[in-house]
Write a protein that binds this ligand. Structure first.
Ligand code: HEM
Length: 461
């Protein structure tokens, strides 16, 4: 049966935008969830032209920047058509494309032949099998990082994981250490994500050509990261190749040397920047939200400790960490670090009966869909058990890493890193809520960031 979409105009549209703006530092997911409950799983909001999407400085992109319609969708068949069946009819969304200012044509942003070429090189290095084989290395890196954690006390755990996740992604994916550069990368990343903060990201910021202080700080941070990336690549390129170079950078360098016209040096740097940044912020947030959830759920925490102790005695193996994996997955359900995915239609397209005109933006807000009570009973409760029992939700309604050909390429690394890190933290610490701390609030940037930190109390076991 064709799905009847709802079109929000006038007062309904203004009410939704008003509610989202009010929750800019709060719970935008709850606003969207209520909107879906009220109007159904396919909602068209019709903004004024140019409302969303900053005009590109590149003339060829301008036509793509003017959106015709904006759709919010939460229906599994539509999501399947959008991200898988009809994926060729869609391009990345304006906010992701705007990341080109930072990431160039790295995998997150690129399309077509460039994406296919680089994806073929990078994907096997980060596959599930490859990551399982590197579990021991990840565990050592986590162990070293935990060595510099405080013995205990009240802290903002959003600040705990940056150096750890940066070191894991750089050593495992790029074959180099960034331990000494972690403060530089952390500060630059903070600047960049602050610049992108705000509802709709691109919509409510000054045009890039206005030389505002925020834009200048943003460009400075990008330049610093670029310079660091170039230094790292040059250093690695000067070293002799060895059989151990089976990481992304080693493979990309080999491909670049073979055919520099197909993989130019600039794109090689784009890929390094992309992995360094995409692999850092998201996993950091996920781990911080997991600790916060555990601090507020003593029962889940008890099972976590028991499992972590058993794994320490019997050996750290993923199969022994079912509950910890449940904790990680449940965290990504309730607090997806990437709040959703979005695409722009290249042409008129039919999505499981939904007619989408060319240049429409279609948004899949995971942060709302992950809390639909019909699929995730008791959706606001933290229940790792739901990822151990058989799933109660249809395919493509749990999508913290996206889906289809553009699914997160680092998901297996993120999973292994997070599960191992949680197991090792569980051995060392008990977690408590910080007395008097307010409930978590979020601000949307490229990722779903905490508005006031992620406060917990760390107690040595
Ligand atoms: C909890 C951690 C993570 C989350 C929640 C996450 C989320 C996502 C999502 C939702 C997408 C799809 C975007 C879209 O369809 O438009 C994506 C893509 C991507 N992610 Fe992740 N990610 C995580 C960790 C990582 C890590 C560790 C790396 C690097 C090793 C990474 C690198 C990438 C890249 C390169 C893409 C683009 C893939 C492509 O289009 O081919 N991510 N991520």
């Amino acid at each position: 049966m064709p799905l009847a979409p709802t079109r929000l105009r006038g007062a309904q549209f203004a009410k939704l935008v008003g509610a989202l703006l009010l929750q800019q530092r709060g719970d935008m997911g709850a606003v969207l969830r209520r909107t879906f409950d009220r109007y159904g799983p396919a909602i068209c909001v019709r903004p004024e032209r140019g409302w969303f999407g900053r005009r590109s400085s590149r003339p060829k992109d301008r036509a793509r920047d003017r959106l015709s319609e904006v759709w919010l969708v939460a229906d599994p068949a539509i999501i399947e058509a959008l991200l898988i069946r009809e994926h060729r009819s869609f391009a990345k969304d304006p906010l992701t494309r705007e990341l080109e200012d930072v990431l160039g044509l790295g995998l997150l942003v690129s399309e077509g032949d460039a994406w296919r070429h680089d994806h073929r090189i990078v994907q096997p290095v980060l596959s599930a099998g490859a990551m399982r084989r590197r579990l021991g290395e990840v565990a050592e890196l986590v162990d070293t990082a935990l060595g510099s954690w405080p013995a205990g006390g009240d802290l903002d755990c959003a600040k705990l994981f940056g150096p750890l996740t940066l070191e894991v992604v750089s050593r495992i994916a790029l074959g180099l250490s960034l331990r000494d550069d972690a403060p530089l990368v952390g500060a630059a990343l903070e600047e960049i994500l602050d610049y992108y903060a705000g509802f709709g990201g691109p919509g409510l910021r000054a045009p890039a050509k206005w030389r505002t202080p925020a834009r200048r700080r943003f460009e400075g941070a990008c330049a610093e990261l670029r310079a660091l990336t170039t230094r790292l690549i040059d250093r690695r390129a000067a070293e002799p190749c060895t059989a151990a170079d089976d990481d992304v950078l080693g493979r990309l360098l080999a491909d670049h040397r073979r055919a520099p016209e197909v993989l130019p040096a600039a794109r090689l740097a784009d890929q390094v920047m992309t992995l360094m940044l995409a692999g850092n912020e998201t996993t950091t947030l996920g781990l911080a939200y997991a600790l916060h959830a555990l601090a507020h759920n003593p029962e889940a925490q008890g099972r976590w400790h028991a499992e972590a102790d058993a794994a320490a005695e019997q050996g750290l193996e993923l199969d022994r960490l079912q509950w910890t994996r449940g904790i990680w997955r449940e965290t990504l359900r309730m607090f997806p670090p990437a709040a959703g995915v979005a695409r722009v239609a290249r042409s008129d397209v039919d999505l499981a009966g939904l007619k989408i005109p060319a240049r429409s933006l279609v948004v899949v807000p995971a942060l709302a869909i992950h809390r639909f009570a019909r699929w995730f009973p008791d959706p606001d409760a933290f229940l790792p058990q739901r990822f151990i029992d058989p799933p109660t939700w249809p395919k493509l309604t749990y999508l913290p890493f996206g889906a289809g050909p553009r699914v997160c390429i680092g998901s297996h690394l993120a999973d292994i890193e997070a599960i191992v890190a949680l197991a090792q933290i569980g051995r060392r610490y008990r977690l408590e809520p910080q007395p008097g701390a307010k409930p978590l609030r979020f601000k949307l940037s490229v990722t779903m960031r905490p508005a006031d930190g992620v406060p917990i109390r760390l107690v040595p076991r």
